[in-house]
Design a protein around this ligand. Structure first.
Ligand SMILES: [Mg+2]
Length: 159
């Protein structure tokens, strides 16, 4: 048996995803705002937006520390309609998480189907909350009162 598996979400956990149009990176903000207004769609469907995301504070360091005790995978949902987001996430991981080996990114719309010990995720959607229903598995709700930041998560996992 290898190390226990921990899955880590991307947006809101390792990558700063803009909550609203005012937080979008300056390089695409005008174009994205115009596109949202014209189409009525959410900014997460704007092609190119995922390339502009900044890493959360301590993101790569957290991955590095987790890797001492766990087999670390990223488990993220890419917007279905935003097809370029799938490759943008693949490139983002390589650029912003140099500690993580290749081929550790899983894109899924149902996060409860994978097996492992922990899922660190800021939202309950896309099967995240159901992940913890399975025996021996636990959803760590990043950003909650119990786990407000990376330090609290790493302390809990004794990393
Ligand atoms: Mg998230």
């Amino acid at each position: 048996m290898g190390l226990p598996i921990v899955y880590v979400d991307l947006d809101g956990v390792l990558a700063k995803f803009p909550e609203n149009l005012d937080e979008i990176d300056i390089s695409i903000s005008d174009e994205c705002r115009q596109w949202c207004n014209e189409t009525g769609k959410h900014h997460s469907d704007f092609e190119g937006i995922f390339s502009t995301l900044k890493a959360m504070d301590g993101a790569d360091e957290a991955i590095h520390r987790l890797m001492q005790k766990f087999d670390v995978y990223l488990l993220s949902t890419a917007p279905w309609a935003n097809t370029s987001s799938w490759s943008e996430k693949r490139i983002w991981v390589e650029q912003h998480l140099p500690s993580l080996p290749k081929k550790k990114l899983i894109l899924a719309h149902n996060k409860s189907l994978v097996r492992g010990s922990y899922l660190i995720d800021d939202r309950s959607k896309n099967g995240a909350s159901e992940f913890g229903i399975h025996e021996g598995q636990e959803w760590i709700h990043f950003g909650s009162t119990e786990f407000p930041d990376w330090e609290s998560v790493l302390e809990y996992l004794e990393c």
